[in-house]
Ligand binder design. Structure first.
Ligand code: BG6
Length: 480
């Protein structure tokens, strides 16, 4: 987590380089890093995939992706210089079939004055991670290389164990970078600053003061363009066991001795270790109506497009404080909120305040917009002692570079060899154990697209309420 430095010269090999994720996140991130002068002095991208794609087609695809990306300032001259560094080799890389890519890599290396570091980026489905890693080993390319894995790393405890074994057979742990882009979000890192750089908040960050915690990531879009991936994955694997658990570990962890990869990851692991395995009684899965009509969805598919879960952390800090996690597709709005609701004060001089846990004071972190708010009760002006909801709000606004998002941050870290914001194998293994009892629940509750999901999710959190930003006035003093 050090200051920006220039990474060493690098040949970046992207598997699945013409795929959805590469177009939406990776190529725009590289373009932005280039615009901010954060790429190495000498670098090249070698894209690869099974489909037949020429260098020029790959460059055109990159142009389209970068032009469309909301955070890229497209500039023709800059793109032309960027595109010169992009190449593509079509091949189905796996053990027994490594020659084509091996030759392309050897050719690309010859363009560098000195041997570059090799950074492999697996922007491919989880089932390909094992064969590609084994291929890297077989082709003799693993020594000192780094390999970045997209999520999910495995799809259940068994596939995780098998993949882990393959990866360990080829790479040292310090060469494996398992990405979870939520850890690269500014506001997730800011949670660390908020908790550990201030005197006030850590003192109340525990069971004595917190009633419950919510990690809520509803999404308004459906999965129309990603059916092939999503129908095999579902919300538990795509979001809960990955992004939401990672955010939970940052919210719940003890102060690390230092903000360095080892101590930070140790503390995150302890959170996973003290989490209770999820029971079906603590989980609601849903599927939006119309999902099964999408082209590519298996007949009668039981894939969960929604999940809400009640998580228990059995340790001194959090015993008895439920963490409610929720995420889903085709919901009423897109939000990424972490909310800590404070306990009700003991003597209630204000009996009229409803007790949903959120009508009183709570802290909210907006992971997508980059803001935080403290919501509290205040007296409404006037002769009577009546209360209203008020808040204090912080937002990043235009502060800092607008070009550096989570992918820019994490790709830059991987180029530098900084593992602080990447996940470790023991933690991932534990998270798969935690969700094993709920992976194949079946029978998802139907819900209407554009709603807040199945009613059962409202029951799960009752008598508390899911915290949603109600209206644009939420940050002014409003009567309750
Ligand atoms: C991805 C998931 O990892 O994260 C998607 O596969 C999800 O299903 C996305 O929509 C959310 O990311 P963002 O960029 O909105 O924070």
């Amino acid at each position: 987590m050090d200051q920006a430095r220039t990474p060493p010269d690098t040949l970046l090999i992207i598997f699945g380089a013409n795929g959805d994720l590469s177009k939406r996140k990776l190529l725009p991130a590289l373009y932005n890093l280039n615009a901010e002068d954060l790429l190495p002095d000498h670098w090249q991208v070698l894209g690869t995939a099974r489909s037949e794609v020429t260098d020029d087609e790959f460059r055109e695809l990159a142009r389209g992706a970068i032009t469309e990306h909301e955070r890229c300032n497209f500039d023709d001259a800059r793109f032309a210089r960027f595109a010169e560094r992009l190449r593509f080799t079509s091949t189905d890389f796996r053990p027994g079939d490594t020659q084509v890519l091996g030759d392309a890599i050897a050719g690309a290396i010859r363009d560098f004055d000195e041997s570059p570091q090799l950074l492999f980026y697996l922007s491919t489905p989880p089932s390909t991670f094992g064969p590609i890693t084994a291929g890297i080993g077989e082709a003799g390319l693993a020594k000192d290389a780094r390999v970045v894995y997209e999520k999910p790393f495995g799809t259940d405890p068994d596939s995780f164990a098998e993949l882990d074994k393959t990866v360990r057979g080829v790479l040292r742990e310090d060469q494996a970078y398992r990405i979870d882009h939520f850890l690269g979000k500014e506001m997730v890192q800011n949670l660390l600053a908020f908790r550990f750089a201030n005197g006030a908040f850590e003192a109340m960050w525990n069971r004595a003061h917190i009633d419950h915690v919510q990690i809520d990531v509803p999404e308004d879009l459906g999965v129309d363009n990603r059916v092939a991936f999503y129908d095999k994955t579902g919300a538990i694997r795509d979001m809960l066991v990955t992004h939401l658990f990672q955010v939970l570990s940052i919210v719940a962890m003890e102060p690390p001795v230092r903000l360095r990869s080892g101590p930070l990851t140790d503390e995150k692991f302890k959170v996973f270790d003290s989490m209770r395995r999820l029971s079906p009684d603590d989980v609601v899965v849903g599927q939006y109506e119309d999902y099964r009509d999408l082209e590519g969805v298996a007949d009668g598919s039981d894939t969960d497009t929604f999940v809400a879960a009640r998580v228990h952390i059995d340790n001194w800090r959090w015993d008895g404080v439920p963490f409610f996690l929720r995420t889903g597709k085709a919901l009423a709005a897109k939000e990424q909120l972490v909310t800590l609701a404070f306990r009700r004060p003991p003597a209630t001089m204000f009996p009229d305040v409803p007790d949903s846990g959120l009508e009183r004071d709570h802290l909210t972190f907006d992971l997508s917009g980059g803001g935080a708010g403290f919501n509290f009760l205040a007296k409404l002006p006037g002769p009577a002692l009546k209360l209203g909801r008020a808040n204090m709000q912080f937002t990043y606004g235009e502060t800092g570079s607008q070009l550096i998002g989570p992918y820019e941050r994490l790709v830059h870290d991987a180029l530098l060899g900084d593992r602080t914001l990447f996940t470790r194998t023991d933690g991932i293994g534990r998270t798969w154990e935690l969700v094993e009892p709920i992976l194949d629940l079946g029978d998802p509750h139907p819900y209407e697209p554009g709603s807040w999901g199945p009613d059962a999710a409202t029951q799960l959190i009752a008598p508390r309420l899911w915290h949603l930003p109600e209206d644009p006035d939420r940050f002014s003093l409003t009567a309750i």
